[in-house]
Design a protein around this ligand. Structure first.
Ligand code: 6R9
Length: 653
């Protein structure tokens, strides 16, 4: 991308917080002033939310950038902060996790139960020879033991690396090797789409391939048959028989907590390293501030998988450090039917829901009548993460899920940032649909041009973080140089996130997608997000992905892949008419420069396993190339469907 990004869309709708929420909010507008006056003192105050075994000597050591140290000299135990201290405060009987299995079986895990399980698992890992600093892989379904395994590692100072339970042998083996792990914690399988889905065979193959693993700890979840090797131990025969008491020892604030691999767009996965004190400070504070969690009354539910950073920061560490009661769900949103999410909200009276745009758009596609069947009146704050949320999807979420009452927090952050960086505060911000609004108190963010100059309001460019933050990644595991090159070399002194963004007329921030995806059409840099949002603002569209395809006259031309809403007729002439209408709709909304050359109506889009659209593959299709690397694709049949459809569709004038 050269120069800056076009700013094509404008949004005038704005939703101030409900009065009672604003009056009782955990964090009010003064937090911005307080943080601006003394950023480090502000973060030191937030660190005091935690129990430290030894106080820190220095808030931030930034003498060797980009290698940060936060709360230098301080010591704490993460598991103690997430579990023991709530039991010690008299909340042992409080529910930590309402677990809902996909087949409908349930478990209730109190903070006392959690303490017992985490202590037992810590004792078992110690018996297996795991000591502080060792790496442990976790490859599990969404069951309480996944959180227990993470907390048990943290408790003994072992560094966990969770690998999403849908990843292949190759992905798991590569990560085991890169992390040099010695133990894997897994399960026989988990339930997905109504049937048991095996995990153990993948682990067996990966373990055989790497030769590094000494022990495999296996939770029995589905009861399906498993092969057994002499490295394997059943969880119920070890952990559940172990002593339920374990003294948590404090670790240095910069002790490695976890490595989480991100595949990125190219090359070998990057092992993003997070450490202890700063990470827990920011996940705990942001969970308190952004979701306005009232630990005594709220029921919180984050629908992410534990294999993603959202599961780490906003299922395990943030909520549990705050003593929250939360729902954890094992399965898919359409099992046994498409109302499953709303049935869970209704059943547990969920008050804070945190989910992803891909799910919201899927729900839009399935139809308004589905959420309408359930009592969703318990909801009071809704959150979104993972991709830009299109303004119409935001409005749909507010109307059909929030029933026009709830604030929506669109939270921008990354595996690398560890915790939320840019988001409205639900009791303060008058949010605009589709905007992540402003950096949180204590966070420095800006949008700059290619000369590293801050763009004025109304301008677009590169999103950067201008100050070190407590939960920042510390390095790429084993590769400091790659850490410097990837994040800190493009703009001197700034962390470059890889995303494009713009500031609107009021200075609010709008995320515009990855800069790698930006389209250059007749000399204009056009973001995929703006064109996609224009398409989704048409009443017949649920979801859209656009890419720039090589074009003889304009350099690149816009090609759009569009999923119609459930009730829309697209057969024959109706489909042709809709395509024409959509092209004109985009031209009218954003200007003629953004009019797609070609629009295809499709049933599905290629997505990563965490639900992000893979535009790279669509670009291959649009340019008639054979497909690049498809290993991170969630459903490989989707690409066949799209490619065969393209052959029959003709480019428009
Ligand atoms: C937490 C998470 C990070 C990338 C990020 C950006 C996109 C995440 C977003 C968003 C627009 C939001 N992203 N949240 N884009 N608005 N609210 O998703 O981490 O999997 O590492 O992805 O996701 O492109 O750079 P991760």
């Amino acid at each position: 991308m050269s120069e800056t990004l076009e700013n094509l869309s404008s949004e005038t709708r704005q939703f101030p917080p409900p009065a009672d929420l604003a009056a009782n909010a955990n964090v009010k507008a003064d937090a911005y002033e307080e943080a601006a006056a003394d950023r480090l003192a502000f973060w030191a105050k937030q660190a005091e939310r935690l129990a430290w075994a030894k106080p820190w000597d220095q808030i931030l050591d930034w003498s060797n950038p980009p290698f940060a140290k936060w709360f230098v000299g301080g010591e704490l135990n993460i598991a103690y902060n997430c579990v023991d201290r709530h039991v010690e405060a008299g909340n042992g009987d409080k529910v930590a996790i309402h677990w809902e299995g996909e087949p409908g079986d349930t478990r209730t895990v109190t903070y006392s139960d959690l303490l017992k399980l985490v202590s037992q698992a810590a004792n078992t890992l110690t018996d297996l020879g795991v000591t502080a600093g060792d790496r442990v892989m976790i490859y599990m379904p969404m069951i309480p033991e996944a959180a227990v395994a993470m907390l048990a590692c943290a408790r003994i100072g072992a560094t966990h690396s969770v690998v999403f339970g849908g990843f292949s042998v190759d992905a798991l083996a590569t990560r085991i090797d890169d992390a040099d792990a010695k133990v894997v914690i897994t399960a026989d399988g988990g339930y997905r789409r109504g049937k048991p889905s095996a995990l153990k065979p993948t682990v067996d193959e990966a373990v055989a391939r790497t030769g590094r693993i000494e022990h495999v700890l296996v939770v029995r979840r589905t009861g399906q048959e498993v092969e057994w090797t002499d490295k394997d131990k059943w969880w119920h025969e070890t952990v559940e028989q172990a002593s339920p008491t374990h003294e948590a020892q404090a670790f240095d604030s910069e002790h490695p907590l976890f490595i989480l691999y991100t595949s990125g767009t190219t090359g070998k996965p990057k092992g993003i390293l997070h450490t202890t004190g700063g990470y827990l400070t920011q996940t705990s504070y942001t969970h308190h501030a952004v979701f306005d969690l009232k630990a005594d009354t709220d029921v919180y539910w984050c629908t992410a998988d534990i294999g993603w950073v959202t599961g780490h920061s906003y299922i395990v560490y943030g909520p549990l450090s705050n003593g929250a009661t939360q729902v954890m769900y094992e399965g898919t949103p359409d099992t046994p039917d498409r109302g499953r999410f709303w049935q869970i909200v209704d059943k547990y009276k969920v008050s804070i829901l945190y989910t992803a745009p891909t799910l919201i758009r899927t729900m839009m596609k399935w139809g308004d009548d589905i959420p309408a069947k359930y009592d969703l009146s318990s909801l009071r704050v809704l959150g979104s993460v993972g991709e830009p949320i299109n303004p119409e999807a935001w409005i749909w979420y507010r109307e059909h899920v929030g029933r026009e009452r709830t604030p929506i927090v669109d939270t921008w952050w990354q595996t690398e940032t560890g915790a939320i960086m840019i988001s409205p505060l639900p009791g303060v911000t008058a949010a605009k649909p589709g905007s992540a609004m402003t950096a949180l108190p204590g966070i420095g963010a800006d949008v700059i041009d290619d000369q590293a100059q801050s763009v004025p309001n109304g301008g677009g460019g590169f999103l950067v973080l201008t100050e070190p933050w407590p939960s920042m990644l510390r390095t790429i595991w084993g590769d400091d140089q790659r850490f410097i090159d990837t994040y800190w070399s493009r703009f001197d002194g700034y962390y470059f996130a890889g995303d494009g963004a713009k500031k609107d007329a009021d200075g609010a921030l709008w995320l515009l997608g990855r800069v790698d995806d930006v389209m250059l059409v007749s000399g204009h840099n056009i973001s995929t997000t703006e064109v996609e949002s224009a398409l989704v603002s048409h009443p017949s569209v649920a979801e859209a992905a656009v890419v720039g395809a090589t074009d003889p006259t304009t350099g690149q031309a816009i090609v759009a892949f569009t999923i119609p809403r459930g009730n829309v007729d697209t057969a024959g002439d109706a489909g042709e008419a809709l395509i024409k209408d959509l092209r004109n709709h985009v031209a009218k909304t954003l200007g003629p420069i953004a009019k797609p050359r070609q629009i295809m109506l499709v049933a599905e889009l290629p997505k990563t396993r965490s639900g992000k659209i893979m535009r790279r593959l669509l670009r291959d299709v649009a340019e008639n190339r054979s497909l690049g690397d498809v290993t991170t694709l969630q459903d490989s049949t989707v690409m066949d469907l799209i490619s065969s459809g393209l052959k029959t569709a003709k480019p428009e004038d």
